[in-house]
Each structure stands twice: as structure tokens, then as C-alpha cells.
Design a protein around this ligand. Structure first.
Ligand SMILES: Nc1ncnc2c1ncn2[C@@H]1O[C@H](COP(=O)(O)OP(=O)(O)OP(=O)(O)O)[C@@H](O)[C@H]1O
Ligand SMILES: [Mg+2]
Length: 676
């Protein structure tokens, strides 16, 4: 028993010990759990504090709002600072109140469409408490809280970025406008791709009005350059020097027409495998080329004119001899003489040759013009009689002369010749008949006009226009019609001098000529002559022909044949004629005759002293002496001008005996003497 008791006691003791141990362990475990729980609670509190700080102290304005009511539920300090409202004010407001009114509908729509979780809502306009607008970029996170849909909003102020972007857009737009409105072509093209990358409207127009899409598809070498090799050469230069300046080449327009252009530009890219881009500025040179062509035309005509003038000079001297010799011989024989017919033929041939030289001189602008103050209408009216005969019955002549036309200083004979040449051309252009229109008016050519029509100077002009309804002139030959000897008429029908003479006369008169023509419809020539305020001098009746009463005349001429011819003629006319081969010899003769000379007839251009200088010397020594100048042509334009200015008597070579007789008689009868 005691053993059993002992065992029981031992078992009880062990049990008690085990129980005690278990309870201690349990207590320890509970304590540990409590510690852990406390730690966890601490961690949660720290986490919550951090989360709270993350929201409230975040430098980015943030808020949470109720998606249903749009009411602000929580707002951080940054939002308070950024929008100007206090926390309390915010919490009494809804989202709508920080939006400009006009943005509210799209705000509501945006809120409605937002899904759970994160979304980037884009850039919005918000309103500050002071009413100013700020641009904000919004990010949102939608979640559910206690059965409510709420959304956390992050609002970043991007006003400055938006302002810079807007400024950039504006500057891009104004640059684009600058490029789009540039009067010259601007483009960027890919060197290797042979394609245009961008181009402005001016370049599209230059190339023949391609659309942008079409232009970007063009093969530059083949479809833009008239000669593809030109582009290769340009690229070669670009690669060598990086840029080109004023490179002249020709583009081919959409319709195949050629456009002369000048290109300036530079090359960029090409490093690290980037494409090479050629940025180019392209000037359309069409107008300038036309102007240059006109200047070349003027220069060419002037050179040919000088040549023609020089030839005419020598030719005239020969003609004077032929003309006067035949007339002298004719004066010696009776009309029944067997030589009479032949001599007359020679005389007529000399007249025809003289007419030809006159034309050459007129064309070369070397003719001795005898301009007067005239009214162009008078010449046109006087010429129309003759015109009617020239143009025939199938062509109607219509004149439209402005009554208020101003005067000009012109040689009426030359103007008549101009009208005649133009009318003959018009007639030839209207073989089936038509209308020839002559019109005069006074016009003011302003700088806008003269800029496009060099070398015209601004001013007041009398305009004579001669229009026909004929065949017109083909564009291809238009630049050549004023060329001497240019004709489209068959052999024997035209010499090609008509228009070059017109040109010469108009230029010599200080005027301009322009032609407008439309093939199949007709041609208009417009001539402009400078106006003058002076009035025409009234012509006095010529003194009745007086038979020479043996006045003493002195012929000064270095060409022996002409000299003796003229003396012979004068003697036959009843004058006493002495002769001298130079100015010095003439002064000696005058001295010998003690100045008893009524008239000195002198050539203008002589070796040694000129006729003009002789006249001055004579006037000094023998006041009252009369001088008659004769000349075929003179390069000495100063002398010519002086004679014209003094209105001195002048006899154009070649002349007939009758011309000589009349000139001598007129000079002797005139009261004009050489001024000292
Ligand atoms: N009114 C016109 N209509 C059509 N073509 C014209 C007209 N005027 C001139 N032309 C053209 O210009 C060319 C040159 O004219 P221009 O008067 O110089 O010489 P031409 O008439 O041929 O010969 P010429 O006048 O010496 O008899 C003419 O051949 C003609 O082709
Ligand atoms: Mg002609």
C-alpha cells in the first residue's frame, strides 16, 4: 500500500509539476503574443502615420472625393497651397467649383467613365480661388470605401509647360506662315531618296501647281530638274562645300515648260547614318531672264545700228556724186538725147539707194533727225490718207484719236515712216482682211509699270497704238521681230528691216515700243513718246522763189568729187561758187575775198576742223555770214546736237540738185545767222 501510495503520490507530484510547467509555458506564450500584438499595432500605426504623411505632406496637390456627390472628402496641404482654399473651404466644395464653367460637362462625363484603379486623365483647366486659370495634369485612382466610390486625385501644375508649348506652337505656326507665304520656293529634300521632304506653296506653284501629295512623290532628278545631270552636279558641290549660293539651273514644270531658277541652300545630316537633307531656297528667274534677254536685244540692235550707220555714211557720199553727176549731165542734154533715159535710170536708182540708206540710218538711230514740236494726232491724220491706199479695201481702218493728247518733240516724217511700216506689217498679217486700229492717248507710266518694262522711265507719254486682227506673232519668234533682217515673209516680200527701223526711230525720239500679240487673234504695237509742254511753232509761208542774183557761195568739203559736183550744180543754178577742201582752206578763201561770201556750205565731218568749228570761226570774223551744213551721217553726236539745238539749216546727204537749190535759197532768205 505504501508503495501504491508512494506511486500515486509520485504520479500526482509529476502531474502537478507537468501542469505547473505547462501553465508557465502558456503564460510565457500569452505574454509573447501580447508583445507581438503590441508590436504589430505599433507597426500599423507607423504605417498609417506614414500613409497619412504621404498624403498630407505630399508636395503634389492631392484630394479624395466622393464620386457620387463630387464632394471633397480629404485635401492635402499642397492642394490648399496650390488652389488658395483652406481645408474647411475645400471640404465644403465639390469638384465642379474648381473648374471653369464651360469645362464642367466634360468633367462630369470624364468622372462617369472612369474605371476602378489607376487612370491618367490628362491635362485640365482648373480655377484658383483668385479666379486665375491653371493647367494641371491629373492622375486618378478609383476605389471603394465603405460602399462608396471614391477617387484619389493627384494634380500637377503644368501651366508653365503648357505656356511654353503654346508659345512653341505659335512660333511654329508663324514660321510656317512665313514659309508658306514666302515669295520664293523653300524645300527640304532627301539627297539619297531623290524625294522632296517638305516644300512650300511657292515652290509647288513654280513646278506647276502640284498638290503636296503629288509633289512628295516626284522623282527630283527626273521630274524637277530639266537636266538630271544638273542635280548630280549640285549634289557634288554640296558634298564638297556643304552649301551652294545662287546656283543657276532649270526646272521642268508639270506641263513641260522650262523654269529658270537660282538655288541657294545647305546640306545637313549624313553623320551616324542619318539621312542627308538639302534645305533650299529657290528663286524663279523667269522674269529676270526675260529682262536680261531684252537688254541683250537692245545691245545687239545698237551694235548693228552703229555698223549700219557707218556704212551709210560712206555710201551717202558716193550717192551724192552719182546723183549730182547724173543731174548735171541731164541738165546738159535735151530729153530727146539717147542718154536721157539711161541717165534718168541712174538717177532713179540713186534715189532708191538713198531711200535704203535712210532706212539704215533710221534703224541705226544715226539719221539726222529734224524734230519739231508736233501733235501726234496731226501726223496720224495726215498719214491715214496714204494708209488707206497701202492697206487696200479689205482692211478697215479705224482711228481713235484722243483729243486731249499732249504735244511731243518728234520728226513728223519719221513718225509717218513708223506708222507706215507698222501698217504694212498689219496688212501682211491680214490677207483675208480685218481691222487696223490706230489709237492715241496720253498716259502716265508709273513706277509699277516701269519696273516691269525697263528701260522705260516713269513719266508722261503720248501713246500711239497700232493694232490688227491678223495672224498674230508666234511666241517663239516674238523676241526676234525687231532684229534687222528678221523676216518670216517669202523671198522678195520682206527685207526684215521694217520693225528694226521702227525701233530705231522710236529710240531716237526718246520713246519706247512694246508689242503684245496673241496668235490667231492679232497684234498690238504700243509706242510711247515723251510729252512736252511746248507748243508747235507756226510755220511761215516760204518766201517766193527768187532767182539767184549771183550771190557768192563757198563749198567746203573734203571729198573732191562731191565738192566739184556741188560747185558745178551751184554755178548752173546761177551762183558764184568757190571751193575749199578743209576748214583752214575755207578761212583763207574768205580772207582773200575779204569776207564777201553770202553763204558757206560745209560738210559737218571733215579731217581737221569740223564744219561746226568752221562755222564758229566764221561767225566771229564775219558776223552775218550764213552757213548751210550738209552731212550723211555723223558719229560726232555733240556736233549734231548743237546743230539741232541752234536750228541751223541742214541738208541731208544724198540730195538732188532740187534739194540743194531749195536749201541754198531757204538759207539765203532766212534771217537766221550763225550766233557768235
Ligand atoms: N502685225 C504683225 N502681225 C504678224 N506678224 C508680224 C507683224 N508685224 C511684224 N510681224 C512679224 O515680224 C517680222 C519682222 O517684221 P519686219 O517689219 O521687221 O520685217 P518684214 O515685214 O518681214 O519685212 P519688211 O518690213 O522689211 O518688208 C515679220 O516678217 C512678221 O513675221
Ligand atoms: Mg515689215
Amino acid at each position: 500500500m505504501p508503495f501504491l501510495v508512494i506511486i500515486v503520490l509520485i504520479a500526482a507530484t509529476v502531474t502537478i509539476i507537468v501542469l505547473l510547467q505547462t501553465s508557465a509555458r502558456r503564460r510565457r506564450t500569452i505574454t509573447q503574443l501580447n508583445v507581438q500584438l503590441a508590436e504589430k499595432a505599433q507597426a500599423v500605426a507607423a504605417w498609417q502615420r506614414r500613409q497619412g504623411l504621404l498624403f498630407s505632406s505630399n508636395p503634389c496637390p492631392m484630394w479624395i472625393y466622393d464620386c457620387q456627390t463630387l464632394r471633397f472628402l480629404e485635401v492635402n496641404d499642397a492642394a490648399v497651397k496650390a488652389y488658395g482654399y483652406s481645408q474647411e473651404e475645400f471640404l465644403a466644395m465639390t469638384l465642379v467649383e474648381i473648374r471653369p464653367e464651360e469645362d464642367v460637362p466634360i468633367l462630369l462625363e470624364s468622372v462617369r467613365q472612369r474605371h476602378d484603379g489607376y487612370s491618367a486623365v490628362g491635362v485640365w483647366r482648373h480655377r484658383h480661388k483668385d479666379g486665375s486659370i491653371i493647367f494641371v495634369e491629373i492622375m486618378a485612382f478609383k476605389f471603394e470605401n465603405a460602399g462608396h466610390q471614391e477617387e484619389l486625385i493627384l494634380s500637377m501644375n503644368v501651366t508653365e509647360r503648357c505656356r511654353v508649348e503654346a508659345a512653341l506652337r505659335e512660333s511654329e505656326a508663324s514660321l510656317k506662315a512665313l514659309v508658306d507665304n514666302a515669295p520664293f520656293g523653300i524645300s527640304q529634300s532627301l539627297i539619297d531618296g531623290n524625294r522632296i521632304k517638305t516644300l512650300n506653296p511657292a515652290l509647288r506653284k513654280m513646278l506647276g501647281d502640284y498638290s503636296v501629295e503629288e509633289a512628295l512623290q516626284l522623282n527630283i532628278s527626273e521630274q524637277v530638274y530639266a537636266d538630271p545631270k544638273d542635280r548630280d552636279r549640285l549634289i557634288e558641290v554640296l558634298r564638297r562645300s556643304g552649301r551652294i549660293q545662287g546656283w543657276e539651273t532649270t526646272f521642268r514644270g508639270r506641263d513641260g515648260s522650262l523654269v529658270p531658277v537660282r538655288i541657294t541652300g545647305s546640306l545637313s545630316g549624313g553623320e551616324d547614318g542619318t539621312p542627308e537633307v538639302f534645305s533650299a531656297y529657290v528663286e524663279d528667274m523667269t522674269q529676270q531672264s526675260a529682262l536680261e534677254q531684252q537688254v541683250r536685244q537692245v545691245q545687239k540692235l545698237e551694235a548693228v545700228g552703229r555698223l549700219a550707220g557707218g556704212m551709210a555714211h560712206d555710201f551717202n557720199n558716193v550717192l551724192v556724186v552719182i546723183k549730182l553727176s547724173t543731174e548735171l549731165m541731164l541738165g546738159q542734154i535735151t530729153p530727146e538725147s539717147p542718154f536721157s533715159k539711161t541717165l534718168l535710170q541712174i538717177s532713179n536708182a540713186a534715189d532708191r539707194a538713198a531711200a535704203l540708206t535712210r532706212q539704215m540710218l533710221a534703224f541705226g538711230r544715226q539719221q539726222m533727225m529734224q524734230p519739231r514740236i508736233i501733235n501726234l494726232n496731226t501726223v496720224v491724220s495726215e498719214t491715214t490718207q496714204m494708209l488707206r491706199r497701202v492697206i487696200g479695201e479689205d482692211i478697215q481702218l479705224v482711228t481713235n484719236l484722243s483729243e486731249t493728247i499732249e504735244n511731243s518733240r518728234l520728226d513728223p516724217d519719221q513718225v509717218a515712216q513708223v506708222i507706215l511700216n507698222l501698217a504694212v506689217n498689219a496688212r501682211d498679217a491680214m490677207p483675208q482682211g480685218g481691222t487696223l486700229h490706230l489709237e492715241t492717248s496720253t498716259v502716265d507710266l508709273d513706277e509699277t509699270y516701269t519696273k516691269d518694262h525697263p528701260p522705260v522711265q516713269p513719266g508722261r507719254y503720248v501713246m500711239l497704238s497700232v493694232s490688227d486682227t491678223g495672224t498674230g506673232i508666234d511666241k517663239s519668234i516674238l523676241p526676234r521681230i525687231f532684229d534687222p533682217f528678221f523676216t518670216t515673209k517669202e523671198l522678195g516680200k520682206g527685207t526684215g528691216l521694217g520693225l528694226s527701223i521702227v525701233y530705231g526711230i522710236v529710240k531716237q525720239s526718246g520713246g519706247y515700243v512694246w508689242v503684245y500679240s496673241e496668235p490667231g487673234h492679232g497684234t498690238t504695237f504700243k509706242l510711247y513718246f515723251p510729252t512736252t509742254t511746248a507748243s508747235p511753232r507756226r510755220l511761215t509761208f516760204r518766201e517766193a522763189f527768187v532767182r539767184p542774183a549771183g550771190q557768192a557761195l563757198l563749198v567746203v568739203e573734203d571729198d573732191a568729187n562731191i565738192r566739184s559736183n556741188v560747185c558745178q550744180c551751184l554755178q548752173q543754178l546761177g551762183y558764184q561758187a568757190s571751193q575749199a577742201d578743209s576748214a583752214a582752206a575755207a578761212l583763207r578763201v574768205c580772207e582773200e575775198l575779204q569776207g564777201k561770201i553770202d553763204l558757206v556750205i560745209t560738210d559737218l565731218v571733215m579731217a581737221g576742223k569740223s564744219g561746226n568749228e568752221l562755222a564758229t570761226d566764221l561767225a566771229e570774223r564775219y558776223p552775218g555770214i550764213r552757213v548751210l551744213f550738209m552731212s550723211g551721217y555723223t558719229e560726232d553726236s555733240a556736233a549734231r546736237r548743237e546743230i539741232l539745238l541752234r536750228n541751223s539749216p541742214f541738208l541731208q546727204k544724198p540730195f538732188s540738185v532740187a534739194d540743194l537749190a531749195k536749201a541754198v535759197q531757204d538759207t539765203l532768205a532766212s534771217t537766221t545767222v550763225m550766233p557768235v
